[in-house]
Design a protein around this ligand. Structure first.
Ligand code: CMP
Length: 146
């Protein structure tokens, strides 16, 4: 019943000052923020996160871009009804040129390689990604919202 997803603002989103905008959209929708961190991911973390894409021609540059430290990533865990599916709807299509207006990508970016955010695409990915990005004690907070 307590559905959770992993949403990240990627380095281009942080660089462009879009962290607050992305958080605000999830908050206003009514989702609950239960995990939040700013980090430059290690190469190992980025490779594991994008393991499904390891055979793609852009994999190497994707991992380099996520980990080069020119800007950090904001990792978040959001909780609420259908948050995995609705989070993806709110982000819009992976390729911003196909993302509808009103979505984060559809409103704020144009390039698939610089699509400013990431969201888990299934319950399995959400579980994997949350445990990958958030591990330490107390990093995810169970709190009550009214
Ligand atoms: P994301 O939602 O983080 O999931 C995988 C990422 O790979 C995707 O967003 C894009 O940033 C990136 N990606 C997907 N397809 C391409 C592509 N054709 N060229 C470059 N990057 C891509």
């Amino acid at each position: 019943a307590k559905e959770r997803t992993f949403i990240a603002v990627k380095p281009d989103g942080v660089q462009r000052g879009l962290v607050a905008e992305i958080i605000a959209r999830f908050e206003r929708r009514g989702y609950k923020l239960v995990g939040l961190k700013l980090l430059v991911p290690s190469v190992g973390l980025a490779k594991e996160h994008y393991a499904d894409l390891s055979s793609k021609p852009f994999f190497k540059s994707l991992v380099e871009y996520m980990t080069n430290g020119k800007a950090p990533v904001v990792g978040m865990v959001w909780e609420g009804p259908s948050v995995i599916k609705q989070g993806r709807v709110m982000l819009g299509a992976t390729d911003p040129k196909a993302a509808g207006p009103g979505t984060i990508r559809g409103d704020l970016c144009l390039s698939i390689g610089r699509n400013i955010c990431h969201g888990s695409d299934s319950a399995e990915s959400a579980m994997k990604e949350i445990s990958l990005w958030f591990g330490g004690r107390g990093e995810i907070v169970d709190w009550t919202s009214n």
